[in-house]
Design a protein around this ligand. Structure first.
Ligand SMILES: [Zn+2]
Length: 330
């Protein structure tokens, strides 16, 4: 089979030939139909995390069809469509997405920038009805990540004001999901086309950071929830500053840069600052249901597909901010 290997930090992907992996007991082999290219693939390439894991085949936002199963497997059968949850974890882990034993597909083990992967069957989610594979792939991260942040971490309630910072692959979907939860949604971005997208996806207001600052000052109250989706210390800082009294600030975007804050800022407003790390298999199942019911749009994520051979182009166009997602169709 063909796979795209990231050999080292800062290096381009290399297309290599590998033997097709064989599923062992409790495992299934998935023929990859689609795999999203995401900011964390860029972060990996730039050395933001996982440098000690290279070389590795990236790719953690994937969907496909079960092609073979190992001994004792009953939960899935060849021909089943599946979404892949990229994490395997040890029993007793604090949460499915956390803990010292987390094994991440696309970092700790080879991922889905390849024609096939072998996965433990517990990490496979069968959609309740057939769904376009490119859509299914992007649901597993670009939509499941903000779902986790809004539902599991921030516990957004109808009528609350939610401020979404950064209208990228994650933030755009935070906008539509928060709207679906009954919130008033203010989106903040820089580029006019991203602000237009945020409005299309249901934002009540789509503003620059300065405009949002002015809006909350005029209203005399900050947002109940801030979802910080940008990989930017300046936006981390803005999230703390703009948050309203008793607000929850959820940090989703990841940067290695530090930002400054003072204890008084948290105390004065009784701020809760919460981290939201990825998502769980349960979140994937939930967003697949939402998509099948027509409550979530994905067309803004699925416009650009590329064959595996063009994986480097996909990373480059994401780095230049030209697309919210490219999807590799091996
Ligand atoms: Zn990702």
């Amino acid at each position: 089979m063909r796979a795209a290997v990231l050999p080292a930090v800062g290096a381009p992907l290399e297309i290599v030939e590998r033997p097709i992996p064989q599923p062992g007991p409790g495992q299934a082999r998935v023929r990859i139909e689609a795999c999203g290219v995401c900011g964390s693939d860029l972060f990996l390439q730039r050395g933001g995390f996982g440098a000690d894991k290279l070389p590795c085949v990236p790719g953690h936002e994937a969907a496909g069809v079960v092609d073979a199963v190992g001994e004792g497997v009953r939960a899935v059968a060849p021909g089943d469509q599946v979404a892949i949850y990229y994490i395997e974890n040890a029993p007793g882990a604090p949460r499915p997405n956390l803990g010292p034993a987390v094994v991440r597909m696309g970092v700790d083990v080879d991922g889905a920038f390849a024609e096939y992967v072998v996965r433990p069957v517990e990490t496979l989610i069968r959609p309740p009805a057939p769904i376009d594979p490119v859509t299914l792939a992007v649901l597993t991260d670009a939509v499941a990540t903000p779902y986790h942040a809004l539902v599991a971490i921030a516990r957004v309630q109808p009528g609350e004001t939610v401020l979404v910072l950064g209208v990228g692959g994650i933030g755009s979907n935070a906008v539509q999901l928060a709207k679906g939860l009954g919130a008033r949604v203010i989106a903040v971005g820089r580029k006019p086309e991203k602000l237009a997208l945020a409005r299309e996806l249901g934002a009540d207001e789509a503003l620059t950071l300065e405009e949002a600052r002015a809006l909350f000052a005029a209203e005399g109250a900050g947002p109940d929830v801030v979802v910080q989706c940008g990989a930017s210390a300046a936006l981390d800082r803005a999230a703390i500053e703009l948050a309203g009294y008793a607000a929850r600030v959820v940090l989703v975007g990841t940067t290695t840069e530090a930002f400054e804050a003072r204890a008084r800022e948290f105390v004065w407003k009784e701020l809760q600052v919460l981290g939201s790390r990825g998502f769980t298999a349960q979140d994937i199942a939930a967003v697949v249901e939402l998509a099948l019911a027509g409550h979530v749009r994905t067309d803004h994520l699925t416009r650009r597909t590329r064959p595996l051979e063009e994986a480097n182009l996909a990373l480059e166009e994401l780095a230049r901010g030209e697309v919210l997602r490219s999807v590799i169709v091996p």
